[in-house]
Design a protein around this ligand. Structure first.
Ligand code: AMP
Length: 397
């Protein structure tokens, strides 16, 4: 059985085609710069890696090109689209309503349209992706896997903000949490590597990429996470500020004479690693600049590591202990120095890093010393595989 997974962003569209008999990826790729000039498709079918440069004005053109490429004589991996059983969509925000994976129907699309305000950058391209697949693959099941779903187990005391309660009642302002499919996968793989049931473990899952979040996973359930009402709260990210004193908002609006939309832009697109370093939002660029002595780049790295360290301490506290700390996503999987700098500050928790084992990039591995009371791990995340598995599960129900 073959399942296509689609992750549709505002100007990008990622996909993976799985053979679910063995969970092999038959083809994967990414459309970049949709609706902008110089758009292209990166396509990999396990034999060839190619870049198809083409005018891709919108997502419908992208999905058409994807179907043509999957069926093409030279690079294709399918004889007919009938071989695909279903399409699994990554949906960023399920609000309070959607606590699990759903079969997408008109009612769900209507509900999604009502939640656009909660993630205005993400939900419209998600809906567009669904509608296009419904149109181009009309007889295939469309399944929605929500980024927020894994966090529905977070208790009230952790998800309610100390604002007037009527705002929660009226506008549903609360912590939702994101990267749920990733944290779920990381927790399960951590348990597998430690050879223990996830239901018996306290895991701190650190998804450190361009977007970054940490989750406390107790007995297999998310009980606290660093992103909140939107993906702005929590850690220092590529261009997002993460936590700061909210009183700075009215102060800055006045002092800098900013419009609300301009400040929104500052917090989401001009802050974080980019804002502090003044160099780039990309961690590798910042590491290079720091190595050359650029002080703000050095400071940005310190802020990033320090915030992760602080959250790990907090999440060990809320779980009343911790068995494992796992690093994932672009920075977590690849930056040896980030893991080292953070873990070396966590000796009090019972973590001892093995510096040799830590010399790993993008591979599943336990990186703590054999006698370390609390284990540290690297697990490359695989959100697409979780989406494909959940899609299969709902089809089999
Ligand atoms: P992601 O959003 O998961 O794709 O992660 C992107 C981030 O990972 C960017 O900031 C990259 O600079 C960072 N990254 C990727 N590879 C490395 C590496 N080898 N060392 C440090 N950071 C990396």
């Amino acid at each position: 059985m073959k399942i296509l997974v689609i992750n549709s962003g505002s100007s990008s569209l990622k996909f993976q085609l799985f053979n679910m008999e063995n969970e092999n990826v038959l083809a994967q790729g990414l459309f970049q710069r949709i609706g902008i000039n110089n758009s292209y498709l990166e396509f990999n079918n396990n034999q060839d890696e190619l870049i198809i440069e083409k005018e891709i004005p919108d997502h419908i053109t992208a999905v058409k090109l994807l179907i043509d490429t999957l069926l093409s004589k030279d690079q294709g991996v399918l004889k007919s689209m009938e071989e695909i059983e279903a399409v699994g969509h990554r949906l960023v925000h399920g609000g309070e309503k959607y606590k699990q994976t759903v079969i997408i129907n008109e009612e769900i699309i209507k509900q999604l349209e009502k939640t656009v305000e909660l993630a205005p950058l993400h939900i419209p391209p998600n809906i567009a992706g669904i509608k296009i697949c419904q149109k181009l693959l009309p007889n295939k099941a469309q399944i929605g896997v929500f980024d927020t779903a894994f966090h529905h187990t977070i208790p009230e005391k952790a998800y309610v903000y100390a604002l007037p309660y009527k705002y929660y009642q009226k506008h549903k302002i609360r912590k939702y949490g994101f990267h749920g499919t990733s944290h779920k996968y990381i927790a399960k793989r951590t348990a597998k590597l430690l050879d223990k049931p996830v239901e018996e473990l306290k895991i701190i899952s650190c998804h450190l990429g361009n977007g970054a979040s940490i989750t406390a996973v107790k007995n297999g359930k998310s009980i606290e996470t660093s992103m909140g009402f939107t993906p702005l709260e929590g850690l220092v990210m590529g261009t997002r500020s993460g936590d700061f004193d909210p009183a700075i908002i009215p102060f800055l609006l006045k002092k800098e004479n900013l419009k609300i939309s301009e400040l929104d832009d500052v917090l989401n697109k001009k802050s974080g690693l980019l804002g502090v370093s003044g160099v780039s939002s990309d961690f590798r660029d910042i590491e290079n600049a720091a190595a050359k002595g650029k002080k703000q780049a050095q400071l940005a790295i310190k802020l990033f590591n320090y915030r992760v360290q602080k959250y790990i301490g907090a999440y060990a506290a809320v779980m009343n202990g911790v068995d494992a700390v796992t690093f994932s996503a672009g920075i977590g999987e690849n930056s040896i120095s980030v893991r080292k700098n953070i873990l070396n500050e966590l000796g009090y928790l019972g973590i001892t890093l093995d510096n040799e084992k830590n010399k790993v990039r993008g591979q599943e591995k336990i990186i703590s010393a054999d006698n370390s009371k609390v284990k540290a791990l690297v697990i490359p995340t695989n959100e697409e595989l979780v989406i494909a598995r959940e899609t299969l599960e709902i089809l089999n129900r």
